[in-house]
Design a protein around this ligand. Structure first.
Ligand code: NAD
Ligand code: USQ
Length: 420
């Protein structure tokens, strides 16, 4: 039996935050959500809503009260901008744990253009720094659980098993001396979004060391699925299901595409290998992290929150087989290695008792069923991944270049003919 804690869930209206808030409430914790509802605003900006119809925060919380008898609090706060409101909430609530999901989390959105790059960096870095700085000022001593990403390690690996956050290195010095260092695993982000998570690591490291804030950083893989034990209990509690070209992640996109008869959009040769975790395991892992805070030892506790790795084309072929879907190879809008290998240690969560849900366990079918149920809400125009990592990848770039090349050639030929 876990001790009841007061838990603040920043970003608790989102895909991972909402089911986590419900799960912690179900376990008996006293939960308050802080969210600025920016994801709902970005949905509107992109014209790309969740496939599942998500209720307002008020309706969600009232429905949870009805089915569970439990109360979840809500404060609409922009933690990246409103430091005074954040400080008041922390002082009033005095949480035992603050879980920080409140960042812009789509790599393609972060690469869309100048506005989105600036927003992603401003929002994510300020949100994380404001939280840590305010905690250090108030003297309240919550355990901070931050949602990081596997992407900070980079994806051009050759099979080295990625450790949990730190690397022990030996540096040769003078006179055959060897210096041993425990360093953060070198970051190698692949998008502006992933870069903000790399920068978060330094913010966390500094405040853990300087202010002795207890921090757990969860380096999470790609989350798939949509429902959890709690969100299944009432249709008004249903979780988000993003499938659009910016926010839809690869496995959920493939499951959705299979449900509506769209060819599965494999980027390049589909040679990227990634780490995955089902949303049910996300909420279990966060609950385990909440129950097991680190010692106050000045060091961030880093856990790899993933359960299995898969190559993108293998996933497409698997779903193609089980759902009788066509697989299409499309131009890769990203700048990433054509092929990579990926091995990851998730020893801490296994030691804490996590029994991983794997692709084999029927939940692929459940996700296709949900996608089929809400297929009438599908907007085909939002499926293509149109955010490119470089200008050269933008549609029309090659054509323009060829156009100016032929124009120059034509001009040169005309000049030469005139001279001749
Ligand atoms: P999401 O976009 O569904 O949810 C994020 C929530 O944070 C939204 O409700 C949004 O309104 C809120 N938010 C953003 N900026 C805020 C701010 N300044 N103040 C207050 N609230 C703010 O994303 P998600 O998929 O639930 O991801 C949650 C966290 O987990 C993110 O930090 C993300 O980087 C991390 N993560 C997600 C995945 C994944 O596959 N979804 C994988 C690894 C890590
Ligand atoms: N991909 C396809 N086809 C698609 C969409 C994606 O082949 O239709 C490929 C991408 O090129 C990439 C891989 O699938 O190689 C993963 O893409 P993704 O969109 O599923 O995941 P990513 O952009 O890395 O981001 C997601 C979440 C992010 C989280 C990250 C965890 O949006 O918040 O941090 O997963 S990780 O990937 O482990 O870094």
């Amino acid at each position: 039996m876990q001790a009841m804690k007061k838990v603040l869930v920043i970003g608790g209206d989102g895909f991972c935050g909402w089911p986590t808030a419900l799960h912690l409430s179900e376990l008996g914790h006293e939960v308050t959500i802080a969210d600025n509802l920016s994801r709902r605003a970005i949905d509107a900006e992109l014209g790309a809503e969740s496939l599942t119809p998500i209720e307002t925060m008020e309706t969600r919380i009232a429905a949870w009260k009805e089915v569970s008898g439990k109360t979840i609090g809500f404060a609409q706060i922009d933690v990246a901008k409103d430091v005074i409101a954040l400080r008041s909430l922390l002082e009033e609530m005095r949480p035992d744990t603050v879980i920080h999901f409140g960042e812009q989390r789509a790599a393609p959105y972060s690469m869309k253009g100048l506005k989105q790059k600036l927003y992603t960096v401003d929002n994510n870095i300020s949100a994380t720094h404001n939280l840590l700085a305010v905690i250090s000022e108030t003297g309240i001593d919550p355990h901070v659980v931050h949602l990081g990403t596997m992407g900070v390690y980079g994806y051009d690996g050759d099979g080295l098993t990625i450790p949990e956050g730190y690397l022990t290195v030996f540096v040769p010095g003078e006179d055959n001396q060897m210096f041993k260092r425990d360093i953060l695993y070198p970051t190698n982000p692949g998008s502006v979004y992933h870069m903000t998570k790399s920068m978060d690591q330094l913010l966390l490291q500094f405040y853990a060391k300087n202010d002795m804030i207890r921090v757990t950083d969860l380096h999470q893989g790609i989350v798939w699925g949509t429902q959890t034990e709690e969100t299944r209990r009432d249709v008004r509690l249903i979780n988000r299901f993003d499938y659009d070209g910016d926010y839809g992640t690869v496995l959920n996109r493939f499951l959705m595409q299979a449900a509506v008869g769209h060819p599965l959009t494999v980027h390049g040769t589909g040679g990227q290998t990634r780490a995955f975790i089902h949303i049910q395991d996300t909420v279990r892992c966060v609950a385990l992290a909440v129950a097991n805070p680190p010692e106050q030892n000045g060091k961030v506790k880093i856990l790899n929150q993933m359960t299995e790795t898969h190559r993108v084309r293998d996933l497409a072929n698997l779903i193609g087989r089980i759902a009788d879907a066509e697989v299409a190879l499309v131009d890769n809008p990203r700048k990433e290695a054509a092929e990579n290998d990926l091995r990851v240690s998730n020893a801490t969560f296994l030691d804490l008792g996590l029994k991983p849900i794997t692709l084999a366990e029927g939940l692929l079918e459940e996700t296709v069923e949900i996608a089929t149920k809400y297929a009438h809400r599908y907007k085909p125009e939002t499926v293509a991944c149109v955010s490119t990592w470089t200008d050269q990848q933008k549609p029309g770039f090659v054509r323009d270049e060829l156009h100016s090349f032929s124009q120059n050639t034509a001009d040169r030929t005309a000049t030469a003919e005139t001279r001749g």
